[in-house]
Write a protein that binds this ligand. Structure first.
Ligand SMILES: Cc1cc2nc3c(=O)[nH]c(=O)nc-3n(C[C@H](O)[C@H](O)[C@H](O)COP(=O)(O)O)c2cc1C
Length: 480
């Protein structure tokens, strides 16, 4: 246990005595929604969110599952074969009934990959998906959600597959809170992916029973504010629940900024049915990134992160939150985005800047980067190449996007060269966590295990709530 003084219920000074009422009992296993814990088969309403390219690794997901908690494997950036082998390994290492989930990412550029991922989930019996990056509901998502639903003999609807929708905007939350769009359902029936019964029952349930409100966080972020978003999304879900006459309640949970018991307690007081963490799990033994990254992460304070363009959504200006302490990546990435905004092609950029980028940022010429990029497109998307080559602006975007793939690899591989270019997605929650555990054995990441952190965080959150409630209910008896 860390520095929690749960006996500080009675204090006295010269003038007054504070008499505590009998202590409240708040247990970690009673935080959040009991129904949620039951449906997910987990002991605490605590989840570890996905982190792309297996940073939320097989080991991380398995460790969570063995502890009776759930982690979502980070499928982002992996191909179908890699996702398949992760599912097979996770299933082989967990006993039947031990919880695990997989990330399902919206993929507007490549909807076939999204559909193939869902096919894998259905073939292998994956029942829990964390749906991220959605702006609208996709056929793949609907297929996952509605496959296997049926009416029970008692007349209730039995839903096999659980979607936890990560959102940071009300209009996206609303799309998940409504039943699946009719047009998509009809098309899936016509293609033979859903039965008429599944389609009919689909009209009675939301696309996602569980909405995870993501406030400012590590990785892609809309810089939302939890105390604004959570009540607003809770209200929205209540309105839609009553409009649609759903039989089962929607659960609304919180992610973003949760790295301390105080932050988790605040989320539960705001009405969260569960909490989900990300940044703090990247700095654990189980995380699938390099030791050099973990060494950097364990030193962070709350002010050591910054915003940079997201490489995968570079052209539209989406942002990710990354480590800035000791690194040039955020400044360089922002510079590249600025150049992209203000120039029509690489040729328009002044020669001094072009030289700087090639020598200092890329450590190779634009031509070399373009050859590498071209080879990738010839292999993966040959149909797109001719169009790209006709657009100098898009060609510039792809050359700049190479830097984002490269810097992410430098970090996860723990490369010794170009360390200042490491791209490490992370939010300030980790800085807060580092302050919380300072002076304990958890100061070193080598001692940080993802499931132990979940256990500790939830136990201390319960204690904090218990103490706060007792303090609010304390009677002050003046001696005089
Ligand atoms: C390194 C890193 C990678 C992430 N990758 C993904 C991802 O691939 N898919 C996803 O849904 N969320 C991703 N996230 C977001 C987390 O799942 C989680 O929602 C978020 O980190 C919670 O906020 P916090 O960082 O403040 O704890 C990532 C976060 C981090 C730190």
């Amino acid at each position: 246990m860390l520095n929690t003084n749960s006996s500080a219920l009675a204090e006295h000074n010269e003038h007054e005595t504070v008499v505590a009422k009998p202590p409240f009992s708040v247990k970690p296993e009673s935080l959040g929604s009991a129904e949620f814990r039951h449906d997910y088969g987990i002991k605490y309403a605590y989840l570890a969110g996905a982190m792309f390219k297996g940073i939320a690794s097989i080991e991380l997901v398995v460790a969570m599952g063995k502890a009776g908690l759930m982690g979502y494997f980070g499928t982002g950036g992996s191909d179908v074969e890699e996702i398949k082998s992760a599912i097979v390994r996770i299933q082989s290492e967990l006993n039947r009934g031990q919880p695990y989930g997989m990330n399902l990412l919206s993929n507007l550029e490549n909807p076939e990959l999204e559909m193939k991922t869902v096919e894998l989930f259905l073939q292998h019996g994956v029942r829990y998906a964390e749906a991220s990056a959605y702006m609208q509901i996709s056929p793949a998502l609907v297929r996952f959600r509605l496959s296997g639903i049926k009416r029970s003999s008692r007349g209730t609807i039995e839903i096999r597959n659980h979607v936890l929708a990560k959102i940071s905007r009300p209009e996206v939350a609303e799309a998940f809170l409504r039943p699946a769009p009719e047009k998509i359902v009809e098309k899936l029936v016509a293609e033979g992916h859903l039965s008429a019964e599944e389609a009919a029952l689909g009209r009675e349930i939301p696309v996602a029973q569980d909405i995870c409100v993501e406030a400012d966080s590590g990785g892609h972020t809309d810089r939302g504010n939890a105390s604004v978003l959570i009540p607003a999304i809770r209200s929205l879900s209540k309105i839609i629940m009553s409009e649609q006459n759903y039989l089962q309640p929607i659960r609304v949970g919180a992610a973003g900024g949760i790295g301390t018991p105080e932050a988790a307690a605040a989320a539960f007081v705001l009405g969260s049915d569960f909490v989900l963490t990300g940044s703090i799990n990247q700095c654990t033994v189980e995380a699938g990134t390099s030791n050099s990254v973990k060494d950097i992460l364990q030193e962070l304070n709350v002010q050591d992160t910054d915003y940079a363009p997201a490489g995968d959504m570079f052209e539209i200006g989406a942002k990710v939150q990354v480590v800035k302490r000791g690194l040039f990546f955020p400044a360089r990435a922002n510079k590249l985005y600025d150049l992209y905004l203000h120039h029509k092609s690489i040729d328009e950029i002044d020669s001094h800047t072009k030289q700087l980028i090639q020598e200092k940022y890329f450590k190779r010429s634009f031509d070399e980067v373009w050859m590498e990029t071209k080879a990738y497109y010839l292999n993966k998307h040959p149909e797109k190449l001719a169009m790209i080559e006709r657009s100098p602006k898009q060609k510039m975007a792809l050359i700049f996007r190479w830097y984002f793939v490269h810097t992410s690899r430098l970090a996860t591989n723990g490369s010794n060269e170009q360390k200042v270019d490491y791209q490490i997605h992370c939010g300030p929650a980790l800085g807060a966590f580092n302050q919380w555990v300072k002076g304990t054995e958890l100061e070193s990441w080598c001692k940080r295990h993802v499931a132990d952190i979940g256990e500790l965080l939830m136990t201390e959150t319960a204690l904090i709530l218990e103490n706060r409630m007792a303090a609010l209910d304390t009677q002050i008896i003046h001696r005089m």
